[in-house]
Design a protein around this ligand. Sequence first.
Ligand code: ATP
Ligand code: MG
Length: 286
Amino acid sequence: MNAAQANATQPGAPQPAPERIPVIEVRDLVKRFGKAVVHDHVDLDVYRGEVLSIVGGSGSGKTVLLRQIVGLERPTSGTIKVFGEDPARLSPAQLQALRSRWGLQFQRGALFSALSVIDNIALPLRELRALPDNLICQAALLKLQLVGLSARDADKMPSDLSGGMIKRVALARALSLEPELLFLDEPTAGLDPMASDDYVALIRELRRELGLTVVMITHDLDTLVALSDRVAVLADHKVIAAAPIAQVVEVDHPFIREYFLGERAQRALQALPQPGQPAAPPPGEA
Ligand SMILES: Nc1ncnc2c1ncn2[C@@H]1O[C@H](COP(=O)(O)OP(=O)(O)OP(=O)(O)O)[C@@H](O)[C@H]1O
Ligand SMILES: [Mg+2]
């Protein structure tokens, strides 16, 4: 299979089935910083209810793509629509309203070190000034429990938390506005394998319970295999494939060979369901 065949978003590709409702539509996106090209005519769709993972080498533009989708960075040309609206064309008030429909867990610097756990989670709610403070605290406590932490952790400071707890608090904050769409940038980076498996199990559960659409950037193959419905591969400044993993690994491209076909990758890919067999239990649920 070549890259074009594996990329369901290429012009001329078959139309998506009617139930596949696009939540994010990236069209002909070009992003340059000065003369440096990051994205060169990128197309990508994300459909409601799916987990789409974005992979690509370091510096391939994964985070920049996400920043453009959420309106933190402007495209050089091309269009991006999220829930049918282009973040780059909205007024600050309209963008604020759109932003409340998604949650973001950033790659770096997840929490404000001067704020307690509960205040970190409550921050997006306080910024909206939509609720009285006692209700904000209650809502933040519920989110804390949703990510598997307890009220005892509420007054801890970020410096008192383990790596896995920091990720969970950051996730609770991303969920504080009850988003339909969740962006995760390297959510399991820096976690030990057990904490990483626990986090993956949590995302699976939340997705099932909350019906979330998830866009996730990850280098971690186990996380990728355990969570993704489709994988978009960024290479050569383009999306060279956007398809289920089983199709992506068939694409003949040096990055894909290196990333998916090494020994470690082969071990991770064994967790994929074989034809006619039920899926292996996900990490943390075995
Ligand atoms: N504000 C900026 N100004 C100039 N160049 C930038 C800016 N932000 C990102 N870049 C460049 O854009 C390219 C893509 O960066 P990006 O952070 O998206 O990479 P990435 O794929 O997320 O990498 P990693 O896997 O290491 O996180 C890099 O070359 C980076 O240096
Ligand atoms: Mg990045």
